[in-house]
Ligand binder design. Structure first.
Ligand SMILES: C[S@@+](CC[C@H](N)C(=O)[O-])C[C@H]1O[C@@H](n2cnc3c(N)ncnc32)[C@H](O)[C@@H]1O
Length: 446
């Protein structure tokens, strides 16, 4: 039995053996599926059912509650991303929504009949051998950068992000009950604290920016919730609650967990909490529960009204982006479960299969946050924050069957430049090797 956690990959050609009579729970964007496992035959049934919910470029979030013999020991309740052999939502075969959960609901059994046989393969994630030391980051300078400092007007933009607020609101409605004590770390305008207060909870909202703390106070008063929410003007890294906490909400989420300090802040909270209440007191429930970090090879049109500018682009994942051609699937490179020990460093070496020919000149980074998975109601809530399309220094003409080998190295909370500066990419053609082309000249020639 091999120790550790890896990526579980489902594909059309691979195979897995599992212990008899284990129970396997999967959850996806819309449902939790529980299966009793009796050998590989039953497992392929699960894979077929799962493929129904395959809406994230082939990746869904799964919770495994079983041991895989020989190859991998998956801890109970460990979240792992599951990749299926087929891209996107195949439930309806006509679903145009690439990133949002398919609006229709499906009977697993009716779809299973249409799916080919899928087996399972277990792959261990190996860290890069040649880990280099990261340059020191100037903390004072960083404090002034967007991400650490978020100006008030950008908070007003965040209030307009319907999907973001709905996913938090729904998760809070499921998890927070009257008389619970809820803590929000980084409260901003207080909107997420208000959702918890609406459930009848006592809320402590921690915010270190005085302008925001004051604004949150005004808004909460206007909403008649000021008596339920205590605003604490403090750095969340130093915050210690005076009484036990049932739920912690923290939205310092940036794509790739870059820029904002989600991990550092939650880690400090867990440390402070244990120091205050002891190890025997259970940690609160975290919203979100987990984040899945993914990367994808793309062809990006950097033409802005005739002006070519290959720059990092942030894009909404709620709609199809016309200027971005997907050349391969989203490949997960890390899963962060907020109630577990964090992988603070993302030092990756990964091969991205190419599914479509094109000029690969960028990588798209996507982070899907699992807000809450409710086993009882068989529902799951997730939210992808803005995607990041990062230009490559050199573009490649790629063909289906080839693959892109990528390496990068950054720490959670690092500036984008740390990721882009560490990025190394090469193209592995399947048959004939193709020379790399410069991004600009290739696009302009086209
Ligand atoms: C992305 S905003 C989210 C705001 C609000 N929760 C919302 O959802 O609209 C992150 C917030 O965390 C605050 N923040 C960042 N680091 C913090 C820290 N160390 N302590 C307290 N607040 C912090 C920022 O000022 C900002 O208001």
């Amino acid at each position: 039995m091999v120790e550790g956690v890896g990526l579980l990959q489902l594909s059309l050609s691979s195979e897995v053996r599992c212990r008899n009579s284990s129970t396997l729970h999967f959850w996806t964007d819309s449902q939790v599926l529980s299966y009793r496992m009796v050998g590989a035959v039953e497992l392929s049934g699960v894979a077929r059912a799962l493929s129904e919910f395959n809406r994230w470029g082939g990746v869904v979030l799964a919770k495994l509650v079983l041991l895989f013999e020989d190859s991998l020991n998956v801890r109970p309740n460990r979240l792992v991303p599951v990749r299926l052999g087929m891209p996107r939502c195949i439930a309806c075969f006509a679903c145009k929504s690439q990133y949002l959960p398919c609006p229709r609901t499906w009977d697993v059994r009716s779809v299973a009949a249409r799916c080919p046989e899928i087996n399972v393969q277990v792959r261990r994630r190996t860290p890069l051998g040649n880990q280099k030391n990261l340059p020191a980051i100037d903390r004072q300078l960083e404090e002034r950068q967007l991400g650490q400092f978020i100006p008030l007007h950008y908070h007003f933009v965040m209030l307009q992000d319907r999907l973001r607020l709905e996913s938090f609101k729904n998760a809070i409605a499921r998890l927070v009950q009257p008389s619970m004590h809820v803590v929000e770390l980084g409260g901003g305008t207080g909107v997420l604290s208000s959702f918890a207060a609406q459930q009848g909870a006592r809320v402590t909202c921690v915010e270190r920016n005085p302008v925001l703390a004051e604004k949150a106070g005004c808004f909460l008063r206007e909403n008649g919730l000021h008596e339920s929410v205590t605003i604490v003007l403090q750095d969340a890294l130093d915050f210690v609650p005076t009484e036990p906490v049932d739920v912690v909400i923290c939205e310092m989420l940036h794509v790739g967990l870059l820029r904002e300090k989600q991990l550092e802040v939650i880690d400090a909270f867990k440390r402070n909490y244990r120091a205050k209440f002891g190890l025997s007191v259970a940690l609160p429930t975290f919203i979100p529960e987990a984040s899945v970090l993914m990367v994808q090879p793309v062809e990006q049109d950097y033409d802005f009204a005739g002006y070519w500018a290959p720059v990092p682009l942030f894009q909404s994942l709620e709609c199809v982006q016309e200027s971005t051609v997907e050349l391969g699937d989203l490949e997960p490179y890390s899963v962060v479960s907020y109630d577990e020990v964090f992988p603070f460093r993302f030092c990756q070496e990964q091969v991205l299969p190419i599914r479509q020919a094109g000029h690969c000149n960028a990588l798209r980074f996507v982070t899907q946050n699992s807000m809450h998975v409710d086993m009882a109601s068989q529902r799951a809530i997730s939210w992808p924050n803005q995607g990041l399309v990062l230009p490559l220094p050199t573009g490649f003409e790629v063909r289906a069957g080839g693959s892109l080998k990528i390496q990068f190295d950054y720490e959670a909370g690092d500036p984008l430049e740390q990721l882009s500066g560490s990025l190394q990419v090469s193209y592995i053609a399947q048959r004939s090797s193709l020379a790399p082309l410069r991004v600009n000249s290739a696009r302009r020639a086209a």
